[in-house]
Design a protein around this ligand. Structure first.
Ligand SMILES: *[C@@H]1O[C@H](CO)[C@@H](O)[C@H](O)[C@H]1NC(C)=O
Ligand SMILES: *[C@@H]1O[C@H](CO)[C@@H](O)[C@H](O)[C@H]1NC(C)=O
Ligand SMILES: *[C@@H]1O[C@H](CO)[C@@H](O)[C@H](O)[C@H]1NC(C)=O
Ligand SMILES: *[C@@H]1O[C@H](CO)[C@@H](O)[C@H](O)[C@H]1NC(C)=O
Ligand SMILES: *[C@@H]1O[C@H](CO)[C@@H](O)[C@H](O)[C@H]1NC(C)=O
Ligand SMILES: *[C@@H]1O[C@H](CO)[C@@H](O)[C@H](O)[C@H]1NC(C)=O
Ligand SMILES: *[C@@H]1O[C@H](CO)[C@@H](O)[C@H](O)[C@H]1NC(C)=O
Ligand SMILES: *[C@@H]1O[C@H](CO)[C@@H](O)[C@H](O)[C@H]1NC(C)=O
Ligand SMILES: *[C@@H]1O[C@H](CO)[C@@H](O)[C@H](O)[C@H]1NC(C)=O
Ligand SMILES: *[C@@H]1O[C@H](CO)[C@@H](O)[C@H](O)[C@H]1NC(C)=O
Ligand SMILES: *[C@@H]1O[C@H](CO)[C@@H](O)[C@H](O)[C@H]1NC(C)=O
Ligand SMILES: *[C@@H]1O[C@H](CO)[C@@H](O)[C@H](O)[C@H]1NC(C)=O
Length: 769
């Protein structure tokens, strides 16, 4: 059934929101900034044509490698130009099959079907243990199914019963795309009485493979001149220190003799580190000359080992699309193709993101790029470096999460608890821990237990956030303690003359802080007016103040004319009409978490909620590049996720740890293409992958109904006045009067506001499993 729904009629990427997204799109709602249709870019490949996208075993990042769905999805989701890669192995009776690995046990259910089938053979001089294709006939493999070979990927599709496919069947799937056959082992099969040369020559009469590759030069020599002249032969380099068993030379030494390779092959394939070497601490080094050398020798050069869900060098900020651009869109060279488990990202990089001038200015149009604690994906939250990077990367709005120090200074810090944001436990302040039940049940050292002088002292070091550390994903270790914190007034001075459309100030815990003697609302409005944000002496056009406490916004609404942004509770599926009426009384925009728009179960989006219909326009928050952050539906690629929210939900803004990625998305050269939009830039079908699991054991559990936001949820008692404050804990002895004591710099209530906007927060709730 799965195969049925994937095959033929248009593939799986239908639009759930089809009509409305087109309408909104043409109406120009919140769609990305329009760019003119791209001039056909000239690629620095050998031929000048666009680099090939080679789908390794199909779209193997989602479906089991070499399965019919993997191959069909690679074409239907990406492009009919996608080249399908089949790694050819031979069965006992000489049938060629496509299999990721020489060992059946690494990518199929064979150890369950034939538990006693384990063997040990010599493979290229090494003893290898497992289940080998040479021990099984094609018919004895009929009950064996393909499984996901990479443990970190979803195993849900293993239950869809994909059979092992003969090469000839895959070549039928490949039409109109093209087929690439890789012969991983010739010598091994020859040692067991099977003749790979003979097999390839026999099928090449009926199958038109565009490329045949092998890491055994001797094999390419054996078929050279004997296959179709249009079939390109490609020599695959493996690890430089290992030996090609057919020539007994190391790949490293073969690399120095490209003119010799050219006598056998028309191209080479190299692991990507051959081109951009990577240090042991995972940073890229300057590129090698290998692409130029290959092109000079008249050889095409392909790069292998791409996948969206691998840890890539820190230089790419966990953005797989950025990595492709370094190979296909840099100033000096482009490879002639990339071998990848996630062909869609490669195709988008090549088709829509090469030759962009990402440093060019924007008109600050929608969707807005709103930083989340500055560029916190690259530097510690809310530090000068994080904010500077956000501005440099083209953020439209930078944000400050306000906390109070014991001496009443409002500062920017992503958490009220210094455990989360600094190395405080390793400092002289480590004794200031206490449990404050209104905030959290566990001990913390809170910003209001230290003075600003103490927090900004060199003893206390900022700490880079690692929201996905449970997946062992850490952010750039070189920057893990870099930068210094800003007080709110330093932040306002910093932002004042930057090319920004606005700033966003977030207020939390106001009722608790009032009890402790801090009027955080007044502190913020005073800082703003002191910095000149009320009389247009700044370049920044708009001040937004965000809170999940409606009482804070109600107070601000009475006293100021700032744009007010309400954070909706997490995981709501809809909002009652009366609650919306109430929200509109005090807010101009709303922040919603991603799960409230596209609820997720076991990493799969189940459906869309009604929330975006109720709130006519949307902006979304905390987008993260790390591949575990988006649901499977977005193929471990945050650009796919952003694109889907833009086209399906009409988003007004994205709140993100990585402003660069969203800014680059806004500049892509395909947004303006309308009906000519390439397949790989269409929004994903919401719930499409989960539908494929229906009726299989892999089906994710259905979602329980989500609560509806009621009017009672959005009304709160008014903020209490700040209590008189005693000398707070630690060495802080109230040297400065609380700014809350000074008269409010508030202004007349603003004129009626237009319709409500919606911002959506993406929190970690949608993590996998
Ligand atoms: C098969 O998988 C095992 C464990 O995941 C791995 O160590 C081994 O290298 C794989 N074998 C091959 C031939 O790739
Ligand atoms: C391969 O194709 C043949 C002929 O179309 C078909 O009979 C066979 O069932 C296919 N095998 C698999 C595993 O799909
Ligand atoms: C394998 O087949 C090819 C093509 O038929 C033939 O030229 C070659 O001699 C065979 N090799 C062996 C070892 O039989
Ligand atoms: C490579 O080495 C193996 C084992 O030492 C030998 O059998 C084979 O003939 C050699 N091949 C070449 C091309 O020298
Ligand atoms: C390149 O390889 C060929 C064939 O092995 C050999 O004859 C030639 O000397 C090599 N050239 C260099 C520069 O190593
Ligand atoms: C990658 O990042 C490291 C650390 O910041 C830097 O030293 C290196 O030059 C970067 N690599 C490239 C190619 O820019
Ligand atoms: C391109 O070449 C120039 C000059 O050799 C060099 O300075 C620059 O770093 C290269 N850029 C890349 C991306 O390799
Ligand atoms: C990119 O844009 C910046 C800023 O607008 C400009 O200074 C620069 O010249 C542009 N670069 C190219 C290659 O057009
Ligand atoms: C704007 O406000 C700031 C701070 O209150 C003040 O110093 C400045 O003189 C004001 N500028 C104008 C033009 O009113
Ligand atoms: C969305 O609203 C429609 C009616 O407007 C209702 O039938 C449907 O059940 C709602 N869907 C969800 C998921 O609440
Ligand atoms: C909204 O009100 C209904 C009935 O009063 C209640 O059952 C539901 O739980 C409320 N929703 C929320 C989100 O509190
Ligand atoms: C931290 O501040 C709170 C509120 O002022 C106070 O209750 C608590 O005792 C302080 N903790 C320490 C260790 O000073």
């Amino acid at each position: 059934m799965v195969r049925r729904s994937l095959g033929g009629g248009g593939g799986v990427r239908l639009w759930w929101w089809c009509c409305c997204c087109i309408l909104l799109f043409l109406a120009g709602g919140g769609a990305a900034q329009r760019s003119p249709a791209p001039a056909t870019p000239a690629y620095k490949t050998l031929s000048g044509k666009a680099p090939l996208v080679i789908a390794k075993g199909g779209f193997s990042g989602i479906f089991p490698d070499s399965s019919s769905s993997a191959y069909q999805f690679a074409v239907s989701a990406t492009s009919s130009d996608t080249t399908l890669w089949c790694n050819v192995q031979l069965t006992k009776d000489g049938v060629g099959i496509c299999l990721r690995n020489l060992l059946l046990s690494n990518c199929t259910s064979i150890n369950q079907v034939y538990p006693a089938g384990k063997k040990t053979y010599m493979v290229n001089g090494k003893r290898v243990e497992g289940w080998f294709p040479i021990d099984y006939t094609m018919s004895s493999l009929q009950t064996v199914i393909l499984t996901q070979a990479i443990w970190s990927r979803s195993d849900k599709f293993d239950f869809a019963y994909f059979p092992i496919l003969p090469v000839t069947n895959v070549s039928n799937l490949a039409k109109p795309s093209t087929l690439w056959l890789n012969i991983e082992h010739d010598i091994f099969y020859r040692q067991h009485g099977l003749n790979m040369t003979k097999y390839i020559l026999s099928i090449s009469k009926t199958i038109a493979a565009t490329h045949i590759s092998s890491p055994e030069l001797g094999f390419l020599q054996s078929i050279s001149g004997r296959v179709n002249r249009r079939t390109k032969l490609v020599f695959c380099f493996l690890d430089a220190a290992s030996t090609d068993p057919s020539s007994n030379q190391t790949y490293g030494s073969l690399l120095s003799n490209l003119t010799f390779i050219k006598t056998v092959a028309s191209g080479i394939m190299v692991p990507k580190e051959y081109i951009w070497p990577v240090t042991t601490s995972n940073y890229i080094q300057p590129s090698k000359s290998i692409v130029r050398d290959a092109h000079t020798a008249g050889l095409e050069i392909y790069a292998s080992d791409f996948a969206n869900d691998r840890i890539i060098p820190y230089n790419y900020s966990y953005d797989p699309l950025e990595e492709y651009l370094n190979f296909v869109g840099n100033d000096n060279f482009s490879v002639d193709g990339v071998l990848t488990d996630h062909p869609l990202t490669a195709a988008a990089a090549i088709g829509c993101f090469t030759n962009l001038n990402v440093s060019s200015k924007t008109d600050h149009g929608n969707p807005l790029v709103i930083s989340h604690n500055g560029a916190s994906g690259d530097y510690p939250d809310c530090t000068d470096l994080a904010y500077q990077k956000a501005v440099d990367d083209g953020a439209d709005v930078i944000d400050c999460f306000v906390q109070m120090t014991s001496d009443g200074v409002p500062i920017c810090m992503s958490s009220i608890n210094l455990f989360d944001t600094t190395n405080v436990q390793a400092t002289v302040f480590s004794s200031r821990a206490s449990i404050i039940k209104e905030i959290q049940p566990t001990p913390g050292i809170f910003t209001f237990n230290l003075t600003w002088a103490e927090i900004s002292s060199s003893d206390l070091k900022p700490k880079i956030s690692s929201p996905l550390s449970t997946f062992y994903l850490v952010r750039n270790p070189l920057c893990k303690n870099a930068g210094k914190f800003f007080s709110l007034s330093e932040f306002l001075a910093f932002a004042k003359n930057k090319d920004l459309s606005g700033i966003m100030i977030i207020i939390q815990n106001a009722p608790f802080l009032a009890k402790s003697g801090f009027d955080v609302v007044d502190s913020v409005t005073n800082a703003l007016s002191d910095a000149g944000y009320n009389n247009q002496t700044t370049k920044v056009k708009e001040v937004m103040i965000q809170s999940k406490d409606s009482a804070v916004l109600v107070k601000l609404k009475q006293e100021t004319k700032y744009k007010l942004v309400y954070t909706l509770p997490p995981n709501i599926g809809d909002a009652s009409a009366s609650s919306l009426v109430d929200v509109k009384k005090f807010a101009d925009a709303v922040v919603v978490d991603r799960d409230s728009i596209f609820p997720v179960s076991k990493g799969f989006i189940m459906r869309g909620t009604n929330l975006t219909k109720d709130l006519h326009s949307a902006g979304l928050a905390v987008f993260r590049n790390e591949f575990v952050s988006p649901p499977w539906d977005f193929f471990s690629d945050v650009t796919v996720e952003i694109n889907t929210y833009v086209q399906s939900v009409n988003v007004d803004g994205f709140i993100t740890d990585f402003p660069k990625t969203v800014k680059r998305y806004k500049m892509n050269s395909c947004t303006g293409l309308g009906n000519n939009m390439p397949q790989y830039m269409l929004p994903v079908e919401i719930g499409g992958l989960a539908q494929l699991l229906v009726g299989t054991q892999g089906q994710p559990p259905s979602l329980s109904p989500m609560p509806v936001l009621n009017a009672s949820d959005v009304t709160e008692p008014p903020l209490p006045p700040a209590a008189p404050r005693n000398a707070p804990g630690g060495s802080a002895t109230g040297s400065t009067p609380a700014p809350g004591a000074s008269p409010s710099g508030a202004h007349a209530v603003a004129s009626t506001r237009a319709g409500i906007l919606l911002m959506v927060t993406v929190i970690c709730a949608s993590l996998l499993i």
